[in-house]
Design a protein around this ligand. Structure first.
Ligand SMILES: O=C(O)CCCC[C@@H]1SC[C@@H]2NC(=O)N[C@@H]21
Length: 264
């Protein structure tokens, strides 16, 4: 099952306009996000894509590590150089939505959803995570890097992860062609990017419909403190802030750094 990613098969299958045609592939790399962050401005362009079969220092959110078995999963990052230098959290969620839709299509079921802010859950277990980082040159925005770790063909997880993590192959019950899966996914990401760029309200609506707990009363941790009251999850607004209805009927808005949702 463990194999080297076949770049030419992938490029043959890719149907995007601008995303992923320029590809940097490495058998092994510290981290695809770190690699793209370190490139100079002259060496990057919109849609540049970096993929590796093994990360030695894969990074997750909140300074955590991202561990992924060699040659079986997808660990990649994309460079975006948008004109609009805000609403990045919406773009991250647009990528999350692309993953959710691809998984639901592929597995022929509504089994995938977004765990706000950046996780993809498949049949109640995590199958993908996203790490978004902005790069500045002085005070000027230079690029956005969206890194995605997606468990594709991994069959076994460590003792700590086995109850909470899964892979597409485990859920499908057969081995997955990584090249085809990735080509399809990039197609969807490119399309979602266009919706994001055009500020389409349908994008926000669909993201919200796919967030776990949407429209429900959920628990909340604000700045690491569990709140006594439940809040109703109203979804994100067009800037990516999370709107929560409190028990007094007021609407509170939170940035993703401030809170954690507690859903079942
Ligand atoms: O769930 C998380 O905490 C986010 C995980 C993000 C992992 C991906 S793998 C490709 C890219 N390179 C990294 O070092 N991290 C992201």
């Amino acid at each position: 099952m463990n194999s080297t990613f076949d770049q030419s098969e992938f490029l043959q299958k890719l149907e995007t306009q601008w995303l992923g045609h320029s590809i940097r592939y490495f058998e092994e790399l510290a981290s695809t996000n770190t690699y793209l962050k370190k490139l100079s401005s002259q060496d990057i362009q919109h849609g540049l894509f970096c993929l590796t079969d093994y990360q030695t220092r894969g990074r997750g959110q909140y300074e955590r590590r991202w561990e992924s078995e060699k040659g079986v999963n997808l660990t990649f990052s994309i460079v975006f150089t948008p004109v609009d230098t805000g609403r990045f959290h919406v773009l991250t969620l647009a990528c999350a939505l692309a993953i959710v839709e691809k998984l639901n299509d592929f597995l022929n079921a509504s089994c995938a959803a977004i765990k706000w802010p950046n996780d993809i859950i498949l049949n109640k277990k995590k199958t993908a995570g996203i790490l978004t980082e902005a790069v500045f040159s002085g005070n000027t925005f230079d690029r956005l890097i969206i890194g995605i770790g997606l468990n594709i063909n991994q069959q076994k997880f460590s003792y700590e992860l086995k109850e909470v993590a899964t892979s597409v192959s485990l859920e499908k019950g057969k081995e997955i062609n990584r090249e085809q899966f990735l080509a399809d996914l990039l197609n969807r990401i490119e399309y979602k990017y266009t919706l994001w760029e055009q500020q389409q309200s349908s994008l926000i609506k669909t993201i919200n419909q796919n967030i776990i707990g949407y429209g429900q009363w959920v628990g909340l941790k604000i700045d690491d403190e569990v709140q006594d009251e439940l809040y109703k999850l109203l979804g994100i607004n067009e800037n990516g802030a999370l709107l929560m209805l409190n028990r007094d009927g007021g609407i509170d808005s939170f940035s993703y750094e401030q809170i954690q949702l507690i859903t079942n």
